[in-house]
Ligand binder design. Structure first.
Ligand SMILES: NC(=O)c1ccc[n+]([C@@H]2O[C@H](COP(=O)([O-])OP(=O)(O)OC[C@H]3O[C@@H](n4cnc5c(N)ncnc54)[C@H](OP(=O)(O)O)[C@@H]3O)[C@@H](O)[C@H]2O)c1
Length: 245
């Protein structure tokens, strides 16, 4: 039987990378994307060149078109799409600039919106789209106002897509991770001390006694792209070790 093909945007580090590693291990054909060539090369090396990688800035619509063309040329159609590429810039509401607003919304929401739209023609029937949002959508965290809005925006369209894309056999579900230790914290503008405090806090309050790891999210993605989730629509699976219950 042919391997199932899953595209993971932002698959070069953190959650996307762990998901790529897991899916390859489970026999899937995986495509990863990212912006940084260095990170992409490093990721492909760590994956023992068992994945296909493309540089593609998810906030750039022509780049998404090119990505879809490249994936189509190699695989014709795909079985699943993990809309995962995203950024977080720590910024208090009053200090948030237009630049941070636009960058966050362009990558996290506009990018997710148009990536999903542009992949529709090459998604099989049946196929699975999984949107990566965050627990910030339902639990308030200071210094995350634009990030929270960008993730809430993604969640808000999932049910609409499930209506419009149902006839094509496309299901859309959501993974909502809690604070997960990944390179996103270093890129956020937070100090090392603030990152340590954040991770320590969530390790301490977590019923699992530790911080969530990107590898914790991978089996959940595997379920959502597998036929075991064929009848799920607009489900949100919170992967946070119970920190927000
Ligand atoms: N870690 C958490 O606590 C947490 C919690 C909830 C949700 N999430 C979500 O999980 C997703 C992955 O985050 P992560 O924690 O794994 O962080 P990460 O390690 O920083 O991974 C982010 C990935 O997205 C890529 N990316 C960023 N901007 C991009 C763009 N414009 N175009 C294409 N790729 C882009 C990055 O590639 P480059 O390095 O090349 O830019 C990288 O591969 C994000 O959507 C994030 O919001 C994370």
């Amino acid at each position: 039987m042919d391997k199932k093909v899953i595209v993971i945007t932002g698959g070069t580090t953190g959650i996307g990378f762990a998901c790529a590693e897991h899916l390859i291990d489970k026999g899937y054909e995986v495509v990863i994307t990212g912006r940084s060539e260095e990170n992409l090369n490093e990721a492909l090396k760590k994956l023992k060149y068992k994945a296909t990688g493309f540089i593609s800035d998810t906030s750039n619509l022509s780049a998404i078109d090119e990505l879809v063309d490249l994936v189509k040329a190699k695989y014709t159609k795909i079985d699943g799409l993990f809309v995962n590429a995203g950024i977080f810039k720590s910024s208090g509401f009053e200090a948030t600039t237009e630049e941070i607003f636009d960058e966050t919304m362009n990558i996290n929401f506009k990018g997710a919106f148009f990536t999903t739209q542009k992949f529709v023609p090459i998604l099989k029937n049946p196929s699975s789209v999984v949107l990566n949002t965050s627990v910030v959508v339902f639990k308030a965290f200071a210094d995350t106002s634009v990030y929270t809005a960008s993730k809430a925006a993604i969640e808000s369209i999932a049910k609409v897509l499930n209506l419009e894309l149902a006839s094509k056999g496309i299901r859309v579900n959501i993974i909502s991770p809690g604070v997960t230790e990944s390179p996103i914290q270093q890129k956020s503008g937070m100090s090392n001390e603030a990152i340590k405090n954040l991770l320590d806090h969530f390790s301490t309050i977590s019923p699992i006694g530790r911080i969530v790891n990107p590898k914790d999210i991978a089996p959940v993605l595997e379920f959502l792209v597998s036929e075991n989730s064929l009848v799920l629509r607009n489900e949100k699976i919170i992967v946070d070790g119970g920190t927000t219950m």
